[in-house]
Design a binder for this molecule. Structure first.
Ligand code: 5GP
Length: 205
């Protein structure tokens, strides 16, 4: 193993709801045990298959606002009518353990993080077309008609912000999209500014 020490980093995946980022993220996590998932807080109620502490930390509005006030959230945003936020403590702990952190957050939250953490990596995942996005949202059968309409409206707004982010992946092929995320992570790992002490690691070795 290389004796050169590197800094770990945040990988932010952004996409309209139904863009396929959750499936991509799951596969990346499955293939890489040095990457951990940022478990967000949300005031949304759990769906049938979701578990607290695994998919989200499900909290009440009151608990969420307490976390916001005490500065425990790296970012927070109201998305589709519910609050979502990233735990600062969890991120710090996992980065210190030597893991990269992958995050599934909305555009507002992603922009907050980018403004605070300049070496975060942001990847926008786009479905191949608006029609395919609509078909996916209807096909997954997890949301009501009203919720789907809200999600589609938000998707249009999110598209307007696409140039705020660094990388774009068109998700027309699942395996290809997963590989592209991994390729980006590998390239980012080799940036000069990820290394902590190149000279002392080199001359001292
Ligand atoms: P869902 O309720 O379908 O799991 O997620 C709805 C939206 O909330 C998705 O776009 C997801 O990326 C976003 N989201 C999930 N966790 C967070 C978070 O911690 N912060 C922000 N800003 N958005 C989040």
């Amino acid at each position: 193993m290389s004796k050169f020490q590197k800094k770990n980093f945040l990988i932010i995946l952004i996409s309209p709801s139904g863009g396929g980022k959750s499936a991509i993220l799951k596969q990346v996590l499955c293939d890489n045990n040095n990457i951990k998932y940022s478990i967000s807080y949300t005031t949304r109620k759990p769906r049938k298959t979701e578990k607290t502490g695994i998919d989200y930390n499900f909290v009440s509005d009151e608990e969420f606002h307490k976390l916001q006030k005490s500065g425990d959230l790296l970012e927070s945003a109201l998305v589709h009518g519910y609050w979502y936020g990233t735990s600062k403590k969890y991120i710090e702990t996992e980065l210190n353990k030597g893991h990269h952190i992958i995050m599934d957050i909305d555009v507002q939250g992603a922009k907050q993080i980018i403004s605070k953490i300049d070496d975060a990596v942001s990847i926008f995942i786009l479905p191949p077309s608006n029609k395919i996005l609509i078909d996916r949202l209807i096909g997954r059968g997890t949301d009501s008609k009203e919720e789907i309409e809200i999600r589609l409206r938000n998707a249009n707004n999110e598209m307007n912000e696409i140039t705020c982010f660094q990388y774009l992946i068109i998700n027309d092929d699942f395996d290809k999209a997963v590989k592209q995320v991994m390729d980006i992570i590998k390239v980012e790992e080799n940036k000069i500014n990820r290394y902590k002490n190149i000279e002392s690691d080199f001359y001292g070795g």
